[in-house]
Design a protein around this ligand. Structure first.
Ligand SMILES: Cc1cc2nc3c(=O)[nH]c(=O)nc-3n(C[C@H](O)[C@H](O)[C@H](O)COP(=O)(O)OP(=O)(O)OC[C@H]3O[C@@H](n4cnc5c(N)ncnc54)[C@H](O)[C@@H]3O)c2cc1C
Length: 413
């Protein structure tokens, strides 16, 4: 087994992918005194995606790279979820991660604002981000890794971490026979709108995320970015048998998408219909996939983190938080393990069970959004009961990954 820590004092990590997991990993590696550089396919920092909600477990990770307060100041804390019928009747509410000792609340903001913060923090630490570098191939000779990009350029490092998302090229390089992402039967999109356009319904207040299970579509809305004219946002899930083809995608783009959603909700309340018509920016539709279990997350000196290893569907609200937890755990293990291979093995030990449980949770939550009128009606009847006796989601939101190991673990090492 090749030694990582002992023979490579000037360690250098190649990180492929400058989304969420990549820059977060670079920041934790920097904290550990390990050098890294990020290689991102996009030609520049791109303003991609709609709004996200970073769950309490993800906020705990951000606190450990000094970003939690900045993120909290940019977005809106979400402390509860309210469930409604399409006609606007309140079915009940549920706390969002406010169980004992849950720490920071979830924060809703746009992905673009959060992404820019991560990359600015990386730049402030002197971490290089190379744009326009789409990985093509990897050569791992057992002591060094060589990455070749589509523009013909190359980079060398001691190890390579694939943080290149659900369509990961790194995964294809190291696990050519691995299963492909699986379509969840849902298409998602959304839009931004002025805060003043958010329906004034019970329970009122900016810290509530409203969720409406319509007979043909699911829709949610909340407040997000502060300090912008259209910081509030909505998103939807539409059931589909297969991913969108070009024609059905075009029918869901821009204003047509807004009209399609209005049509899918012939039972939406007037407040919801009014909100949709006040949308100022529509997010293009996206087929929702998640990842079947992979046979491995690493090979030799190359490993996967974030969506590349275990994409969870957005219906779990955990994709960003899983990427952040991965980043902390991978950097912590690389800091402390005697070899890269041992760090990768411990990473799998610590992360596989939890991420697979979250994938199943996301699938279950997504399935509850693809029922027809009859099941939706029964669901709305049962919702108040469910909310009263809801299972605890503390295992999702209260989970804590800490950069500093507990004293007993340190003594045992
Ligand atoms: C519609 C939608 C809504 C969501 N809402 C939420 C939410 O509310 N809360 C939440 O926690 N999560 C949410 N998620 C999930 C979350 O966005 C992802 O789980 C998270 O972004 C994963 O981070 P990542 O860094 O692993 O991958 P990504 O963020 O996808 O980043 C991967 C990066 O790798 C780059 N890349 C790809 N291929 C290459 C290559 N060959 N070479 C170099 N670079 C490459 C990409 O350009 C990208 O920048 C949502 C996802 C979707 C689709």
């Amino acid at each position: 087994m090749s030694s990582f820590r002992n023979t490579l004092p000037s360690r250098h990590v190649l990180i492929v992918g400058g989304g969420i997991a990549g820059p977060a990993l670079a920041l934790f590696l920097d904290k550990a005194g390990i050098r890294s550089a990020i290689y991102e396919a996009h030609p520049e920092l791109a303003d991609i995606g709609g709004a996200i909600c970073i769950a309490p477990n993800g906020m705990n990770i951000l606190a450990q790279i000094g970003l939690a307060d900045q993120v909290a100041a940019a977005g809106t804390p979400i402390t509860s979820m309210a469930f409604h019928t399409p006609k606007g009747r309140l079915l009940g509410t549920m706390a969002y991660g406010q169980t004992a000792g849950a720490g920071r609340p979830a924060i809703a903001l746009s992905r673009a604002v959060f992404h820019a913060m991560l990359l600015e923090a990386a730049a402030a630490r002197g971490i290089a981000v190379h744009y326009g570098k789409r990985l093509a191939a990897i050569d791992d000779d057992g002591t060094r890794v060589n990455a070749t990009f589509e523009d013909g350029s190359e980079a060398q490092g001691d190890i390579l971490i694939g943080a290149d998302g659900i369509r990961s090229r790194v995964r294809r390089c190291i696990l050519p026979d691995a299963p492909e992402p699986a379509f969840t039967g849902l298409v998602g999109a959304g839009g931004f709108l002025p805060n003043s356009a958010v329906p004034n319904v019970e329970p009122n207040g900016e810290h509530v995320m409203h969720l409406i299970y319509g007979t043909k579509a699911f829709i949610g809305y909340a407040f997000g970015d502060r300090g912008t004219a259209d910081g509030a946002f909505w998103w939807y899930a539409l059931a589909r048998d297969k991913p969108l083809d070009a024609a059905s995608r075009a029918a869901l783009m821009g204003d047509a998408g807004k009209q399609a959603l209005l049509a899918a909700g012939n039972d939406w309340s007037p407040e919801i219909r009014a909100m949709l018509t006040k949308t100022t920016r529509v997010i293009p539709p996206l087929d929702i996939f998640d990842m079947p279990s992979l046979p491995a997350w690493s090979s030799g000196r190359v490993a996967l983190i974030g969506d590349a290893a275990h994409a969870v569907s957005p219906h779990s609200g955990q994709g960003v938080s899983m990427a952040l937890e991965d980043a902390l755990v991978m950097a912590r293990e690389l800091r402390d393990a005697p070899t890269a291979e041992m760090a990768f093995a411990t990473f799998v030990e610590k992360r596989r069970e939890r991420t697979e449980k979250v994938i199943a949770f996301g699938r279950h939550s997504g399935n509850s959004k693809r029922h027809g009128p009859v099941i939706s009606f029964i669901q709305s009847l049962l919702m108040p009961l469910f909310l009263r006796f809801a299972p605890s989601f503390a295992w999702v939101y209260d989970h804590r990954e800490e950069w500093e190991r507990p004293e007993e673990e340190k003594r045992a090492a």
